[in-house]
Design a protein around this ligand. Structure first.
Ligand SMILES: Cc1cc2nc3c(=O)[nH]c(=O)nc-3n(C[C@H](O)[C@H](O)[C@H](O)COP(=O)(O)OP(=O)(O)OC[C@H]3O[C@@H](n4cnc5c(N)ncnc54)[C@H](O)[C@@H]3O)c2cc1C
Length: 326
């Protein structure tokens, strides 16, 4: 759950920032494994109608193959990676939909949703799509990268939320409508060599997409510092992937997960950074070379964090690109 503080409140930056640290690594690795096959259930009208569908095909693959290529981030393509963006077909028209391939629970109130990509749907990293379920439409930012065969979202289930209560009930084989073309608030600044990215919980989505895309395209000229804030250390749905990437490619990524409620019993044993994402900016700037003229700054997620980050980073002279989840 996103913690919504009073506007303007700041938190202590905490002590030293342990970089590329993954305190709950083993727990997170287990969480990131593909979901175990659900017990067979009687087919309902929807599952019957899609039994030859992509989800069925996905689930019908031999267990070994699913393990090698789960429905999740595409394998890193470093050697011989595509050097340029793939040509993109025209964007999909409104009214298309995709079939749910997998719903992967991170926590009871957080899930990763994988949907088959409709033919012809093209998007750029950082863009969002308006999803529709039973007449309710809401916008969600893609965590998948354009080269991946599926669409991926990281969604927080809001209590009594009209859309997220429906998303929480989704299962493989269901259909999600896509209302309109992709749009993007977080456009990656291709011209900058350095990137300072601030996110809260699901606000990490555009940065996951951007980083997967950079990896796929074999980019060797980018340096990103991603500060990922949450109330609790069990809300970082991509920590295994991002910490692994930071370990393998320290030139590309420094990943700093940080918790804003370090004293909460749910954070017992947390050894990473402490404080809100935006409150770590001064410490991060001291630690890393992020010159204003060479660095693109971004903030995505909780509206309060985005407002605070935009104010603070703009005052420092950065050009800030933002996306608010409101
Ligand atoms: C450009 C854009 C991109 C977005 N991308 C994502 C994304 O990638 N992942 C994601 O999870 N969401 C994302 N959102 C938010 C999403 O569009 C919905 O607003 C959210 O899922 C709640 O929808 P709902 O219908 O379930 O809640 P509603 O029925 O609309 O709201 C129910 C109540 O919950 C409150 N509320 C709404 N969101 C939260 C929250 N996060 N925490 C606490 N209370 C809340 C509302 O103020 C309201 O009082 C994005 C929003 C925008 C504008």
């Amino acid at each position: 759950m996103l913690h919504r503080p009073p506007r303007g409140r700041t938190a202590s930056a905490g002590k030293a920032i342990p970089l590329n640290d993954l305190p709950a690594e083993e727990r997170a690795r287990r969480r990131d494994r593909p979901a175990a096959a659900a017990p067979p259930s009687p087919p309902d009208a929807r599952t019957v109608s899609v039994r030859r569908s992509a989800a069925a095909a996905h689930n019908a693959r031999p267990a070994e193959e699913r393990k090698r290529a789960p429905c999740g981030p595409a394998p890193a393509a470093e050697p011989g990676a595509a050097k340029t963006a793939e040509p993109t077909p025209p964007s999909v028209a409104s009214g298309q939909g995709g079939e749910v391939l997998e719903v992967r629970r991170v926590r009871p109130d957080l899930l990763r949703l994988f949907i088959a990509k409709p033919a012809g749907l093209a998007y750029t990293p950082g863009q969002s799509l308006r999803l529709e379920l039973e007449g309710t439409r809401r916008r969600y930012t893609l965590a998948s990268a354009p080269h991946e065969p599926h669409l991926e979202f990281y969604v927080e289930i809001v209590p009594q939320g009209r859309m997220t209560s429906k998303i929480a009930r989704l299962k493989a084989g269901d259909r999600v409508e896509i209302a309109g073309a992709p749009k993007g608030g977080i456009a990656f600044d291709e011209s900058a060599a350095r990137h300072l990215m601030l996110a809260t919980v699901t606000g990490v989505n555009p940065f996951v997409s951007i980083l997967r895309d950079a990896l796929h395209r074999g980019r060797r000229d980018l340096n990103c510092v991603l500060v990922h804030g949450a109330s609790h250390g069990d809300e970082f749905g991509y920590d295994t992937e991002l910490a692994d990437l930071a370990r393998r490619r320290p030139d590309l990524l420094t990943y700093i997960p940080t918790v804003s409620r370090p004293d909460d019993p749910r954070n017992a044993g947390w050894q990473g950074a402490k404080g809100r994402a935006e409150s770590l900016v001064p410490a991060v700037r001291r630690r890393f070379e992020l010159p204003v003229g060479e660095t693109a700054a971004y903030a995505c997620g909780h509206p309060g964090m985005v407002d605070n980050a935009r104010t603070a980073l703009t005052e420092l002279g950065y050009n800030v690109r933002t996306e608010k989840y409101d």
